[in-house]
Ligand binder design. Structure first.
Ligand code: ADP
Length: 307
């Protein structure tokens, strides 16, 4: 269990994070989403005791990170995969970490296998690692102490598509065995496939928080007609609000059935009719990205965009 309660971090007059609260439960993968500069890393650093909150409180497994006697046995953390000693080999990094954590040495081999660092890779200096290999090593280090919680900042950075697919499987399995996973990303689609819970942050504030189903549902209907104008007219007469999409379709505030019936009643030929899953979230994301990090309160909450 991870709990962030009213976390705020100010640097001088600027609030990097404002009143951020959310919870992540066992057995779930939470995607912590937001554009660059939104406040993801600062929040994760506060969760892991690396940044002191200006106000608010964060706990992992019910305890503030800094009060955990051996934190690595409770929470595995990957905040900056680049922050490895370049002169040490991957195996040395893990062997040292294992000693600090007090875990058996054989665990080093286990996690190396688990993250796919095999053959000559574990013996190479990390200075020679690709970013993807460093991410794998960072994930291995996070898993070393067999923690119940994982906190990973942009773990997909530098991984190739096969690596991203592998990581999703690993995190899903970890959660399915009862673990709690919190991973951040600035790319919606990267976490959509693996997360069951999403927390979206923009300009330092949480703008959406809920199950993936909740946030992706209620996004309305996407419809495309042979005669766009006739379709717009038919939907307007049926009292349905529409927003044109960039590629000539219409996003309708209504069910697929309501849209289908309105079109049928007007004799309009449809080329496409489906639930507009994720369109609301996608739109929210675009709004946040365009609003910029400083523009804290101008991003519309997801409920407004999702309709
Ligand atoms: P994200 O991880 O979502 O990209 P960050 O948490 O790194 O965002 O940053 C959020 C905001 O806080 C940014 O505007 C960033 O410039 C600012 N910030 C982060 N760390 C510091 C710091 N140590 N000093 C001053 N400002 C900071």
């Amino acid at each position: 269990m991870i709990s962030a309660e009213h976390l705020t971090k100010r640097y001088g007059s600027q609030a990097a994070v404002s009143d951020v609260s959310f919870r992540c439960g066992p057995g779930t993968v939470t995607g912590f989403l937001g554009p660059n500069g939104a406040g993801k890393s600062t929040t994760l650093r506060m969760l892991c005791g690396l940044t002191e909150p200006t106000s608010g409180r964060a706990t992992v497994a019910g305890t503030a990170y800094r009060d955990l006697p051996n934190p690595g046995r409770v929470v595995g953390v990957l905040l900056d995969a680049g922050a490895q000693h370049p002169g040490r080999s991957g195996r040395e990094v893990l062997t040292l970490a294992a000693r600090v954590l007090g875990v058996e040495r054989r665990r080093v081999g286990e996690v190396l296998d688990l993250v796919g660092l095999t053959g000559r890779a574990p013996g190479k200096r990390t200075g020679q690692y690709s970013l993807g290999m460093r991410q794998r090593l960072g994930i291995a280090q996070a898993l070393l102490g067999e923690p119940e919680v994982l906190v990973l900042d942009e773990p997909a950075n530098g991984l190739d598509p096969e690596g991203i697919f592998w990581m999703r499987g690993l995190l899903r399995e970890f959660a399915d065995r009862g673990g709690t996973v919190l991973l951040s990303s600035h790319l919606l689609h990267e976490v959509e496939a693996v997360a069951d819970h999403l927390v979206v942050i923009g300009g330092g504030s949480v703008v959406a928080d809920g199950s993936k189903e909740e946030l992706l549902a209620g996004s309305g209907t996407l419809v495309r007609g042979l005669d766009g104008e006739a379709l717009s007219g038919a939907l307007a007469r049926a009292g349905l609000d529409t927003t044109p999409t960039s590629d000539g379709a219409l996003l309708v505030d209504g069910s697929t059935e309501a849209v289908g019936r309105a079109a049928a009643a007007a004799g309009v030929v449809l080329l496409e009719l489906r639930q507009a899953e994720g369109a609301g979230l996608e739109q929210l994301f675009l709004t946040l990205t365009h609003a910029g990090a400083a523009d804290v309160h101008h991003a519309a909450p997801v409920e407004e965009v999702a309709r």
